[in-house]
Design a protein around this ligand. Structure first.
Ligand SMILES: CC(=O)SCCNC(=O)CCNC(=O)[C@H](O)C(C)(C)COP(=O)(O)OP(=O)(O)OC[C@H]1O[C@@H](n2cnc3c(N)ncnc32)[C@H](O)[C@@H]1OP(=O)(O)O
Ligand SMILES: CC(C)C(=O)C(=O)O
Length: 638
């Protein structure tokens, strides 16, 4: 339970209760007194007992918003002294990203260390192969000194010769000599590629004040000494004759909560210690290990480092945002504007607590701006399913770009816009004589063409009580080739919406089709008119005769009438037997789908100001039209 009582109530802002008193609801908590100004239910009593399911919404309580102890949290400016960041020297707010950074998936290390069940070798291998297939050129493969499994996986990749020549692998180590040695042991035997190292050894040490004091028990000077010792040990191990050619990476853990001058000092120390040069640059990776500020602050911190790091041309400036505030993607994007060249993250944002920054979102955000992300996302569902398998964790259906519902609209106006947008896109492609998959994309509500990431258009529009005529008609068109006239769309949408509303669920295309058939296409058995046999003849130019054997309310009869077309003759015939109806709308089309030569006709008839629709399908347009007239007439109220 939140420690509400240890904070002084008097300090909490007061709510102007009299202003809101008329809006106080009656009690919504069963068994409690009505909520009123005098007896407002206190916050703790509204919390359901642990382990039980909520059965009601808590009653509105004017005191509640003020009862959380926000005073115990310090803003970043009070936690970290940010000297040296000159606001007038900021360039990131006006820059744009026009090339992809170096992407480094860290799922096999940072993602893996956050899993309930860390990956075994087969799962790690599946994920590694996915990264390679997607085109990642640098991949963090583990923390080899953490466990035998981690060590064995690195050995597995080496011994199976699974690392392609153009891929560099990264192994992660803390600043402890024994663990550094184990890390070097794990990478034995990885050859260079044309004189270029294919291994990065990544050293980390926490530099932020709280970590220095609480976790490591070292002041700045002590920590620098620890770091230098570890870095020096790495440099010596790298010089051993049997050691593969390596590059070095350093991460000042919790960079974003570290005094910028200290972060700079320690990074510069490594640049010098490892003798970084443009041919063999050092990677300085600046993690927002725990996200604590708005992204603009992180951008300032990155720009400060970008401007002040020694031997800038010998440093690859990397970032490693986490997502504690839900702004990991924004931090990474602003960091790129501020001078970062490399981004570490995980696919779909797995990682410690609320995750590492999501590389899928970052890369496809760039793609949606016309920038080549240099990574292949053309089958996003295979990528998602592979990641779900390896992590044993589902991806949220609303996850950007890859979630099951990322391109789906349930709401009527969105569906209408998407449906019009797709038609417009197809027309534009024809106009430009370009394949639809290459024509410029401008479809409302869809930032990218779902087809680009391997999605079909089938799931774009799904129908429930929030949907409108456009979406419903789109589905009938997509799945059954129907091209409903606008006013029939309105008529049918009413029926479909009522059904969706009544059942409180989604209506599948098959159900919509069955509803359409029942309502408009099927013969109306209890309707007054049944045609048993009929024929038409053109008796003169512009004159048609309709002859029929029919039953009117169960009474068999035969009749004949003429009109200026077969349908006009039919309505004249019906009028002659006492069934008045005027045709007010008519359309028909050949069925485009299903490989049949069926035609569908739609007819709207009217009697005494009341309208009704019917539809007919047949290989003959005339038969389809006659059936549509009879269906519409039989649906008129009697
Ligand atoms: C932000 C990050 O993601 S950092 C990476 C975190 N990942 C992991 O921790 C997963 C793998 N870790 C492990 O398997 C284990 O923690 C090991 C093998 C590395 C170490 O295990 P243990 O020796 O049992 O130590 P333990 O897990 O308690 O680690 C804490 C110790 O490491 C020290 N430490 C923490 N960070 C570092 C560092 N970067 N360099 C050196 N020592 C460090 C702590 O001060 C503490 O030391 P103490 O025991 O002297 O107080
Ligand atoms: C890069 C390292 C140290 C890391 O995983 C982090 O800080 O989150």
């Amino acid at each position: 339970m939140l420690p509400v009582d240890q904070y002084d109530r008097a300090e909490r802002p007061t709510t102007p209760m009299s202003v809101h008193s008329s809006r106080l609801p009656a009690a919504t908590v069963p068994g409690t007194a009505p909520a009123s100004l005098a007896t407002a239910v206190s916050f703790p009593t509204l919390i359901r007992p642990r382990g039980t399911r909520p059965t009601h919404a808590p009653a509105w309580n004017p005191q509640r918003p003020s009862s959380m102890p926000h005073q115990r949290y310090e803003p970043i400016h009070e936690r970290v002294d940010l000297p040296g960041i000159d606001p007038s020297a900021r360039s990131w707010p006006t820059r744009r990203v026009d090339t992809a950074p170096l992407w480094v998936p860290v799922d096999l290390r940072d993602g893996n260390q956050a899993l309930r069940e860390p990956m075994d070798t087969p799962r790690k291998r599946t994920m590694f192969d996915l990264f390679v297939a997607m085109g990642f050129k640098e991949i963090e493969i583990g923390y080899p000194s953490a466990s035998q499994t981690d060590f064995d996986f690195v050995r597995h990749l080496v011994e199976d010769d699974a690392i392609p020549p153009d891929v560099t692998v990264v192994v992660f180590t803390p600043a402890r000599r024994d663990l550094i040695e184990r890390t070097f042991e794990s990478i034995a035997g990885i050859p260079s590629n044309d004189g270029m190292p294919r291994v990065v050894v990544h050293l980390y040490v926490a530099t932020a004040p709280v970590w220095r004091q609480v976790v490591l028990g070292r002041d700045r000077a002590d920590l620098l000494a620890l770091a230098r010792d570890a870095g020096g040990h790495m440099a010596r191990l790298a010089e051993a004759p049997h050691c593969p050619d390596v590059r070095f990476q350093f991460s000042p853990e919790v960079f974003n909560a570290t005094e910028p001058d200290f972060a700079l000092e320690i990074c510069n120390a490594f640049t010098e210690l490892w003798d970084a040069c443009p041919q063999r640059p050092v990677i300085h990776n600046l993690p927002a290990t725990v996200e604590i500020s708005t992204p603009n602050i992180y951008a300032d911190q990155i720009e400060y480092m970008h401007r002040n790091l020694d031997r800038r041309d010998s440093v690859i400036l990397s970032v490693h945002p986490h997502n504690d505030r839900g702004t990991g993607v924004a931090c990474a994007e602003l960091a790129l504007l501020a001078g970062a060249q490399r981004i570490e993250g995980c696919l779909f944002g797995n990682g410690e607590r609320t995750g590492n920054v999501d590389l899928v979102t970052l890369a496809l955000n760039l793609y949606s701006q016309g920038v080549n992300p240099m990574i292949d996302f053309s089958d996003i569902d295979v990528i998602r399913e592979t990641v779900e398998h390896c992590n044993r964790m589902p991806v949220h259906p609303r996850h950007p770009y890859g979630g099951e519902l990322a391109y789906t609209a349930f709401s009527g106006t969105h569906q209408d816009a998407i449906s019009k947008g797709l038609a417009h896109h197809a027309a534009r492609a024809t106009e430009l004589a370009a394949p639809a998959g290459r024509a410029p994309w401008a479809v409302p509500y869809l930032p990218i063409d779902p087809a680009d990431v391997g999605r079909t258009y089938e799931a774009l529009i799904r129908v429930n009580s929030q949907s409108g005529k456009g979406g419903i008609a789109h589905l009938l068109n997509l799945h059954h080739g129907l091209q409903l006239p606008r006013s029939l769309q309105v008529d049918f949408a009413r029926v479909a919406q009522q059904a969706a509303d009544r059942d409180g669920r989604e209506l599948m295309p098959k159900e919509l089709w069955e509803m359409f058939q029942t309502r408009y296409l099927a013969p109306v058995h209890d309707g007054p008119v049944t045609l048993s046999a009929w024929r038409t003849t053109e008796t003169a130019a512009g004159e048609h005769e309709f002859t029929a054997e029919l039953s009117i309310s169960g009474i068999e009869t035969s009749a004949k009438a003429t009109g200026n077309g077969p349908l006009a003759a039919l309505t004249a015939l019906l009028a002659g037997v006492g069934v008045e109806a005027e045709i007010v709308a008519y359309s028909e089309h050949a069925m485009e789908r299903g490989g049949t030569s069926l035609a569908t006709a739609y007819v709207q008839v009217s009697r005494n100001g009341t309208d009704s629709w019917g539809a007919g399908q047949d290989t003959s347009v005339l038969t389809a039209s006659v059936n549509a007239v009879i269906a519409a007439v039989n649906r008129l109220p009697r």
